[in-house]
Structure formats: structure tokens, C-alpha cells
Design a protein around this ligand. Structure first.
Ligand code: NDP
Ligand code: 2IT
Length: 454
């Protein structure tokens, strides 16, 4: 047994060394692969069919990457240029599917990590979706609606030839919400002269799905409910710490309030607010308007509600809580933060963001037997409802809120149960990292084996 453990470890480091050599200067991509390979290596070592097929080498190489320049004109009449990418990672079980991110920190490494994660996440949902991701180093913050429109239209002039309802279906992510999807879809429709479900997250009057806006945040809370449910517990009455104040964070907060939890924090890249009395439904309505309509900053919450305090340049992980929901961005929760949460008695963590915990942070949660739901499981609700939007578009129908929410709840239970199946150590602990990685991997790997040399 010990010998086998050692072999697994050395095979993981050998594989990751090769990956780093093949993909220099891509730390986020290395990190995402390392985490998955640590989980799936024992399965690969136990199955000659996977080794013979070089399955890990193939699954860590994207099918293709499209890189292009986006030139656009700002409101002062200056020409501006950005770089954009679409990483089409793996379409073994369905058309490429995944969001577009607009943020100055976007690099190829970031999009490869996100595309790689998306492959496993989409597999876990049980829906027929492959994995992809795209984006640009364009910064929508501070830009006028017209500037954002011109950027989106220019981007789509290139992207439109690479996507389609049966090829690749982009959606939103950081910096890409309803406004950006609408501009991109409008331009896609014009160029393709076809009205199809080629993007998801659309407006409700032109093919969007009810609950898509809420889906990622709601889904993270449903996943948490499933984890706590195994222990006969629930979120009701718990204190929760949430990071971020974008799409995922907002609807995570809303669902937590509805389920009877007390949410005491929210944040953005400038700092976090702590409201010891909790964000009530009334305060949430104000916050939602601040972020979604006024595009305001989180410190304004502390100006409006004097019981809250704004902590500039800080993250919320030092605030005592039962439940933690990192919902902002990658690597926002480090080993030291995990230690603070654990010493303050955190019971469970569900990642609304993609890879918000560092490898150190994740290890500490698992070693301390904290219920820990990794992003690819906990935030799968967003892409799952995107998948439901694709189905509705294909059928040319629109389901009710109740119908979509019911399906989302069922899908999140499915994601939970599949992750539990492969992550239960038989001694009372469920390692959801291992479970979700293996469950996501097996389905895609087996499809690739069936196809032969692809
Ligand atoms: P939004 O753009 O709506 O919000 C992002 C939030 O995170 C903002 O509060 C933003 O603050 C903060 N943030 C972004 N970058 C940083 C940074 N470098 N440091 C600190 N804070 C930062 O994005 P979403 O809510 O859609 O996405 C949040 C996370 O959830 C991402 O990891 C995304 O990949 C993931 N996700 C999103 C899904 C979706 O459906 N939208 C689905 C599944 C996962 P500020 O305004 O100051 O930049
Ligand atoms: O990371 C993600 O899963 C998303 N940004 C959502 C992708 C989608 O296609 O809805």
C-alpha cells in the first residue's frame, strides 16, 4: 500500500515536470493540472487501457487555441488593440462550452486552466457538453456602453467563424455579463445570418433562460446543502462568509439569505465589507441594484449601512464563520487564510469561483477534514443552466422558473452524488476534490478511448 502511494506521487511529479516543460510560463495551468492529476493518477495506474492510450498527455493538450487581435475605437476616436483567445479544450462528450472572461489579468495560462477545469465540470453535470474557455485582456471597467459594444462587435468579427450551436457555445465569466453577451450575440446573429443558441446567458426576450443569472450562486448553495445533508445538517442558522460581489457572489448571498443563513461579508478587488448583523433581504436588494445597475463598489455598502465596516486591501477570511464561499477569482484563498478559517471553526467550504483556493489552501482543508467542494463541482450550476438554455433554444421553447430551478437542483444533487461516489473514503469522510476529479475524468477518458487515436 505504502509502495503504491509512493509510486503515485513519483508518477504525478514526473507527469507535472513534463507538462511544465511543454507549457513554460503557465503557472495557473500547471496548478489546475497538478490538482487533477493527483486525484486521477491512481485510476490511471490501475488501468492499463488509460496508460496505453496516453490519456493524461492527451487530456492536458487542448484540441486547438485561436489567438487574435481585437482592434476597436474608444469614445475619443483613438484606435485601441487587445488580444483575445478561445481555447477549445476537449469536445469528446459534446460541443465546446464555457465562458468568456474580460479582465486585464487574462493570459493564455489563465484561459488554459479555465478550459481544462471546464472539461471536468461539464462532464460532472451529466449533460453533453465539452470544455472550452475564452476571453481577452480588455478591461470593461470604466468603459462606456458604446466602447464595450464596439469591442464586443470587433471581437465577434473573428470569433464567429469558430463557434456555433453544435461547435462551441460561449457564455459569460468575469467581466462578461448580460450586456456583453447581448452585444456579442447581436453581432454573431448578423454575421452568421442565423438565430441559434450559439451563446448562452442571453436576454430573456431573445432566447435566454430564466434562472441563468442566478444559477452559479444558487447552485453553490444547493451543493453546500447536499454536503451538509449527508451529515444531517443544513445551512439554516449558519454564519457565512462570501467573497466577491459579482454575478456568482450576489446570487450565492441571495440564496443563503433565503435558506436562513446569516451572510456577514462581501468583497471586491479593493477590499471587503463586514456586516456583523448580516446582509438582510432589504440590504441585499440595495446591494444588487448597486452592483448590477449602478456598477458601484462594495465600500459604498459600508457608507449606506453604518453597522458595516469596510476593510481596504483585505480579504474576508479572518472573519469567524461556519461556511465559506470564495466567489471572486483564482488563488484568492491561500494557506494562511485556510488556517484562519479552520481555527475559527469553519465547517464547510464551497468554491463559487474557479480555483479560488491555492493548492496549499485545499490541502489544509482536506487534512483537517473540512467539507470542501472544489469549484468544478460547486459552481457547475452556471454551465448546467447554460446547457438547459441550449436545450430550450434547440426545442424553441422556454421553461418556467420553477422548471429550470427544479432541474438545477436535480443536477447539483447529481454532481454531488457522483463526486461522493468516487470520494468517499469509507471511514466517514468524503474527499470531494478526489471524487469530482475522478468522476469528471472517467466519462471523458472513456469517450476518448472509444474514438481510438484522436
Ligand atoms: P463578475 O465579473 O461578475 O465578478 C467578479 C468579482 O470578483 C467582482 O467582485 C470582482 O471585483 C472580483 N474580482 C475579480 N478579479 C479579482 C481579483 N483579481 N482580485 C480580487 N477580486 C477580484 O464575475 P463572476 O461573478 O461571473 O465570476 C466570479 C468567479 O466565478 C470567477 O472565478 C468565475 O470564473 C467563476 N464562475 C462564474 C460563472 C458564471 O456563471 N458567471 C460560472 C462558474 C464559475 P472587482 O469588481 O473589483 O474587479
Ligand atoms: O466557469 C464557468 O463555468 C462559467 N463561466 C460558465 C460557463 C457557461 O458556459 O455558462
Amino acid at each position: 500500500m505504502k509502495k503504491k502511494g509512493k509510486t503515485t506521487r513519483s508518477e504525478v511529479s514526473k507527469f507535472v515536470r513534463g507538462l511544465v516543460r511543454r507549457n513554460p510560463g503557465e503557472p495557473e495551468f500547471h496548478q489546475a493540472v497538478q490538482e487533477v492529476v493527483e486525484s486521477v493518477m491512481p485510476v490511471v495506474l490501475d488501468n492499463k487501457k488509460y496508460q496505453d492510450a496516453q490519456i493524461l498527455e492527451r487530456m492536458t493538450e487542448p484540441d486547438r487555441i485561436i489567438i487574435f487581435r481585437v482592434t476597436w475605437e474608444d469614445d475619443e476616436g483613438n484606435f485601441r488593440a487587445n488580444r483575445a483567445w478561445r481555447v477549445q479544450f476537449n469536445n469528446s462528450i459534446g460541443p465546446y462550452k464555457g465562458g468568456m472572461r474580460f479582465h486585464p489579468s487574462v493570459t493564455l495560462s489563465v484561459l488554459k486552466f479555465l478550459g481544462f477545469e471546464q472539461v471536468y465540470k461539464n462532464s460532472l453535470t451529466g449533460l453533453p457538453m465539452g470544455g472550452g474557455k475564452g476571453g481577452s485582456n480588455f478591461n470593461p471597467k470604466g468603459k462606456s456602453d458604446h466602447e464595450v459594444m464596439r469591442f464586443c462587435q470587433s471581437l465577434m468579427i473573428e470569433l464567429h467563424r469558430h463557434i456555433g450551436e453544435d461547435t462551441d457555445v460561449p457564455a459569460g465569466d468575469i467581466g462578461v455579463g448580460r450586456r456583453e453577451i447581448s452585444y456579442m450575440f447581436g453581432q454573431y446573429k448578423r454575421l452568421a445570418n442565423r438565430f441559434t443558441g450559439t451563446l448562452t446567458g442571453k436576454g430573456l426576450s431573445f432566447g435566454g433562460s430564466l434562472i441563468r443569472t442566478e444559477a452559479t450562486g444558487y447552485g453553490a448553495v444547493y451543493f453546500m446543502q447536499n454536503m451538509l445533508g449527508v451529515k444531517g445538517d443544513s445551512v439554516n442558522g449558519k454564519t457565512a462568509v462570501v467573497s466577491g460581489s459579482g454575478n456568482v457572489a450576489l446570487y450565492c448571498i441571495q440564496k443563503l439569505i433565503q435558506e436562513g443563513a446569516k451572510v456577514v461579508t462581501a468583497s471586491d478587488s479593493r477590499g471587503f465589507i463586514h456586516d456583523p448583523k448580516g446582509i438582510t433581504a432589504e440590504k441585499f436588494a440595495w446591494l444588487k441594484e448597486l452592483k448590477e445597475v449602478k456598477r458601484g463598489r462594495i465600500y459604498e455598502y459600508a457608507e449606506k449601512f453604518p453597522e458595516a465596516k469596510f476593510y481596504e486591501g483585505k480579504t474576508p477570511w479572518g472573519i469567524a464563520c461556519d461556511l465559506a464561499f470564495p466567489c471572486a477569482t483564482q488563488n484568492e484563498l491561500h494557506g494562511d487564510d485556510a488556517k484562519k478559517l479552520i481555527s475559527n471553526g469553519v465547517k464547510a467550504v464551497a468554491e463559487g469561483a474557479n480555483m479560488p483556493s491555492t493548492l496549499d489552501g485545499t490541502r489544509l482543508f482536506l487534512e483537517n477534514k473540512i467539507l470542501f467542494a472544489p469549484g468544478k463541482a460547486a459552481n457547475a450550476g452556471g454551465v448546467a443552466v447554460s446547457g438547459l438554455e441550449q436545450s430550450q433554444n434547440a426545442l424553441r421553447i422556454a421553461w418556467s422558473r420553477e422548471e429550470v430551478d427544479g432541474r438545477l437542483r436535480d443536477i447539483m444533487k447529481g454532481v454531488h452524488d457522483r463526486s461522493r461516489q468516487y470520494g468517499d473514503d469509507g471511514k466517514g469522510f468524503i474527499n470531494y476534490v478526489q471524487g469530482s476529479n475522478i468522476a469528471g475524468f472517467v466519462k471523458v477518458a472513456d469517450a476518448m478511448l472509444a474514438y481510438g487515436a484522436v
